[in-house]
Design a protein around this ligand. Structure first.
Ligand code: ZN
Length: 189
């Protein structure tokens, strides 16, 4: 089922997600709905807060973006990122590694807004999968960027918080308009 994507100005986007202690049938349904929602919106990642849930849960699929490659290592060995997709991360812990790299980002909660954001070029990740089993991997390229963007969401952090001051100032009017529209829509519901 496709869910409404929460937009900037909705306070749920600023809430830290609760840890998931057991992967119930409700969580499985939420994961399926998040994939439907992400694919409909043509996103590469979606966090629980973006569908109104304050949980440590995100889904990622970078296969659609051929022009921005991803790298993957499992147990130190290079692996095929595409066949690792789609990815469900529950209670993820991310350790940044490697040099910081600037690259373009957008966010489904900020329609039509894009900016270059500096992030670690690679990350070590441990999480639970959709069966509640622990797993870990190292990611680079677009996958590393997507993981950092989505895990930020789980902690109430948005990509506008990571922009340089000049970029943020450039988007200020648009951001204020989006925030006002979101609040008005919520008030009218
Ligand atoms: Zn986002």
């Amino acid at each position: 089922m496709i869910l409404p994507v929460t937009q900037y100005g909705d306070p749920v986007l600023r809430k830290k997600g609760a840890r998931i202690e057991s992967v119930t049938s409700e969580i499985h349904q939420l994961i399926a709905d998040m994939f439907d929602t992400m694919r409909e919106a043509r996103g590469v990642g979606l966090a629980a807060q973006q569908v109104g849930q304050t949980l440590q849960l995100t889904v990622i699929d970078v296969r659609g973006v051929k022009e921005r490659p991803s790298q993957l290592w499992i147990s130190g060995q290079p692996a095929d990122a595409d066949s690792f997709m789609p990815l469900v991360l529950i209670n993820p812990v991310v350790t940044p590694v490697g040099d910081r790299i600037s690259g373009p980002e957008g966010c489904l909660s900020f329609p039509e807004m894009y900016a270059d954001i500096e992030r670690a070029g690679e990350v070590e990740v441990t999480a639970l999968n959709e069966r509640g089993e622990p797993f870990s991997f190292r990611a680079g390229g677009l996958l590393a960027r997507a993981v950092q963007h989505e895990v930020d969401h789980l902690n109430g952090i948005l990509f506008i918080d990571r922009m340089d001051a000049e970029t943020f100032r450039g988007l200020k009017t648009e951001l204020e308009a989006l925030q006002a529209a979101t609040r008005a829509a919520k008030a009218g519901r």
